[in-house]
Design a protein around this ligand. Sequence first.
Ligand code: NAP
Length: 458
Amino acid sequence: MSSNGFDYDLFVIGGGSGGLAAAKRAASYGAKVALAEDSRIGGTCVIRGCIPKKLMYYAAHLGEMRELAGDYGWPFSGNGDSFDWNGLVRMRDTVVGNLETAHEGHLGRAGVTLYKERAHLKDEHTLELAGGRTVRSKHVLVATGSHPVLPKVEGLESTLTSDGFFEIHDRPRSAVLVGGGYIAVEFAGILQALGCHVTMLVRSQLLRGFDREIADHLADAMRRQGIHLHLGAAPDWVEKGEDGYLVQFRDGSGSQRIKVDSCVVFAIGRMPNTTGLGLEQLGVNLGGKAEILVDDNHRTNVPSIYAVGDVTDRVNLTPVAIKAGRTFADRVFGGKSATMSYENVPTAVFSQPSIGTVGLTEEEAREKFGEEGIAIYRESFGGMLYSPAPEERKVRTFMKMIVHNDSDRVVGLHMLGPDAPEIIQGFAVAVKAGATKAHFDQTIAIHPSSAEEFVLMR
Ligand code: NAP
């Protein structure tokens, strides 16, 4: 029994990135913690998101490096047709399984009690578990994540979402991807690089919310990669036949049909997992997408109930959920006063090539500081690694810096090119710390590198 007659000091619903981080951090302060998860431990990121995706991204990247290796003197044998999709899937699923086991082990070692069943709230301190048991906790944290949505399109039952993407067990030969966000862009690049013919149907523009120039450069790169990219296109219906799928879609030039033999994947956004948790009955305030509304301390309008991660639909990224979970535990159980900043959150898209970005886009900076208020610096180059490659195999890098004229502060950094996520992660510290263009100019370049261009921009 914890203090004040409760069974636990903290009960976490959801064993994804945010829930796990909060549970372990709270336990590290001596709190008595339990966590309920009715699916696999690790949540979207570990089981059906970032981790399996990044492993497949590596497979795609290695294919490209393998071709380039021939230009560097390494013997080149075989071709893309010999790619072992099942081998990739086996390796990926093993790594994911190992990570899941590791996460469960970390929880146990932290002293967190794990209930492998669904939990819902009966009142502001009482939880009922699917097995019938009832427990009481002083604090409750909802970290149940989100799920992929599907549009109202005929024939959807034969299509996949991002969850189903990770269950494809035969190598896809041709596929349609619907959506222009992170997931669709990443899946499209991976599949095309692994020898699948990809058609993308993007309702408005690619990567809405990202810097336009970066998105436009990515669109060019995707087309060069061979992806059939249809902007302003939406599907009317999907029909599954004996030998594949027929998709009718509309774009600026009217109705068209396309036939693919492997799959149709919808990646058109995600919705918070808030149903069946007892939140409405308790009067927990939800927003327009049924997300849980929280204050700066991740607390809902019901004082004992908190929420972090995608279920709050703020910045839906794994590291944000982890930071939110730890910040919550630091405040409630560690006596710390820090709040979490949602400003200048760096992010990456594991497209081909990848994107790294932090701070304001050019569009946001113009809106905030006015036309004359900012200076833009750009750099574009082929990259030394690709110098021996023929033009069609060269991967170009595009870098962009946005500076606020009055303060000289760097308010946005964007990069499309090899290693962009790694490079932007480092520079994000400088942007977060308020570095100025003068600081960048005073920094000595690391040569030869791509990253050096950020300190050499004129
Ligand atoms: P997303 O980034 O929100 O993009 C949704 C895309 O689907 C947009 O292009 C949107 O078009 C389109 N769309 C929405 N409704 C549609 C409809 N009815 N018909 C056709 N197209 C439609 O969603 P996501 O790619 O599914 O990703 C979900 C979340 O996962 C994101 O919030 C992201 O934070 C996270 N994620 C992150 C990473 C990463 O960090 N690398 C990777 C994967 C996922 P409009 O632009 O016209 O609305």
